[in-house]
Design a protein around this ligand. Sequence first.
Ligand code: BGC
Length: 447
Amino acid sequence: MPDRYDLPPGFRWGVATAAYQIEGAVGEDGRGPSVWDTFTARPGAIRDGHTGAVACDHYHRWPEDIALLQGLGVDGYRFSIAWPRIQPTGAGTVNPAGLAFYDRLVDALLDAGITPLPTLFHWDLPQALEDNGGWLDRDTAHRFADYATVMADRLGDRVPAWITLNEPFVHTVFGYALGIHAPGRTLMFDALPAAHHQLLAHGLAASILHDRGLDVLISNNLTPVGPASPSPADTAAAKAYDALHNRLFTDPLLLGRYPDLTALGVPDDIFGAVRPGDLDLIAGTPLDGLGVNYYNPTRIGAPTDPALPFTLLDIPEAPAHTAFGWPVVPEGLRQLLLDLRQSYGSSLPPITITENGCSVTEETAPDHPRITFLATHLDALAQAAAEGIDIRGYYTWSLLDNFEWAEGYHQRFGLVHVDFATQQRTPRASYAWYRDLIAAHRSCRVK
Ligand code: BGC
């Protein structure tokens, strides 16, 4: 396994987490309820009834977690801000204790020589906003802009770059279409106005951040989509899925228009959600970076279920599958980046990989599958860089084992093992491997 990859000068190494997955302390210091507090209380919603009420107790143990980051030697740390800590009802009154928490975190990161990279929204919408329709309601985009203003005013003097949203695809589809995630709506394609309103929220926040001289990124879960066979039926199904998973988000952001969604039965104005001027707003603030969260490619076949214009298939010949059952295909990352360049050309901003990682069965020792996963994906990334893709950084998912949404604590993505009974953190072999890799790159940086 190489101890260095050929990545561009200034390449930034990091790890990522998200508020609801690690913080716990859901009822403390004035935090309001989020959709995830509500959803996890719903019987049967989460495996074994797990909740994020305690999670990694990061809200109290953050100094220890910053020490772990420092031990890794990362350049940057991607975390998310819990909107309900800042505005308990998602609007108006700001909670000083919530702001103070992120203030301390940011200062401590800077003291440790780590650049904070906050995500403003990683799925934990204040419940009060959901009660008014959540992301199906256009007004939520304006509330998000207000919240972004509060955060930029408070932390913008120390935080140079911001991610507006995490994975609007997953939030829309899992949260509003299929009901697997909070808020647990099962609207199928009628969920798509939630995607438009998230993009609108991004556009509004992006211009606020830019006005303050701050860099703006957005992270989406992107996947290279391939048809099961070259047949016209499989190819058309793959095109429909690509439009839903990838282009629904990247086309408006980078081209200022929606892709053709007719195969999904969705009209151009997304059921009346798109108003004049919206697309100009969404694309109006050029992105300083596109955040790519990559886990696996997607294979699509012709429809088999009358409700869907495609069928999701496994990739059985993948060399491995993660504990989650996801196929491990590092080459998919290179393919995805080349496809993005092919689709968007000079409109494609610099890329930062804002998530990449795998869940490994706890008993697996000494963590070889995770090391292999990371090493092979970095190799694919370096190949894409050699082919001219502008790649600025790589943030592994995740620093710690954490609350993995519908899977509760069953999927372990951490470089650091967490014993959820004692909150004991134990760095895995992958932590040491990543630390040494970063150190090797740093030593040649200073030469
Ligand atoms: C999300 C993370 C999640 C990870 C692994 C991404 O979809 O942004 O919150 O834990 O994938 O499932």
